[in-house]
Design a protein around this ligand. Sequence first.
Ligand code: TYM
Length: 336
Amino acid sequence: MSNTPEQQKKKIILSGIQPTGIFTLGNYLGAIKNWVTLQEEYNCCYMIADLHAITVRQETAALRSGILDAAALVLACGVDPEKSLVFLQSGVHTHAELSWILSCYTQFGELSRMTQFKDKSARHADNVNAGLFTYPVLMAADILVYQADLVPVGADQKQHLELARNIAERFNAVHGNTFTVPEPYIPKAGARIMSLADPTKKMSKSDTNVNGFISILDDKDTIIRKFRRAVTDSDACVRYGEGKDGINNLLTIYSTVTGKTIAEAEAEFDGKGYGDFKTAVGEAVADHLAPVRDNFSRIRADKDALLAITSSGAEKALSITERTMRKVYKKVGFIR
Ligand code: TYM
């Protein structure tokens, strides 16, 4: 990302993903697919959220290789380091620095209301650490330190985004205009891809049932098999509607990967059984993801090239974010 006057005027995008396992179809359709599209029009900063990952206990070697996998996956999905910054969060120290300051502008009650905190503390009852609680403050810092205008995420991050906006507004109200108040960019379709095994639950890579999620590196046979096993209903009618969570999810997936509308998809499968429909969804998803798998093995194999991309991204990210930090320190009253 160079700094021509034209690029300086472009809006800024920031988003991140945790390096805790191979991304799912939910991560891809809810976020990364849009990261790729948005980079054509905006100044985009995409990070591997490794600082966030340790709010849940991680095995050191697994995290190290997961971070490289995640960086390679982002590139394999089509994020172009010539157009966007790609970096590791822990490599840009201003995130953690701003996080401390913002934590002094965030209320205990606000953090207690975060549904993801409630869910995760119930799931990891033996490790309800302070980082898990203050996680959304770090996320606000990630966004605000870039003065981001837009944040492309899936629907599950909406509450965290609202908190980031509140923190920015509060800081601005106390100290005068300092932070851009970011807008969420949540796709109309694909913002909440559901589990194939239980379509009332979000698709998640931490699901213990591997049939519940599609990993974006699953091979074609596995993808088709998982879709064929997807939980649906006894209606045997491919129509979007109430009480048809499984079919709604499959129709959403099909329409997002093929570019067809839901109505076009319904018409295509009119009079056909669920078996045919599920196979077609599996095939469409597998074809869509095939290039990601090919790119991934090539990109992941060259660790030096991968690290060169993330270090160069981190260097540029640091210089952008230090501008914000200078402003913040001055407003708060620190002496440099
Ligand atoms: P993470 O790593 O859980 O997920 C990465 C992105 O994938 C989206 N997503 C989904 N979208 C649709 N359907 C699903 N089933 C699904 N599952 C996940 C998420 O909404 C997200 O956009 N806290 C963030 C990472 C983060 C971040 C940030 C994001 C850290 N700092 C700053 C934006 C801005 C997280 O844990 O995402």
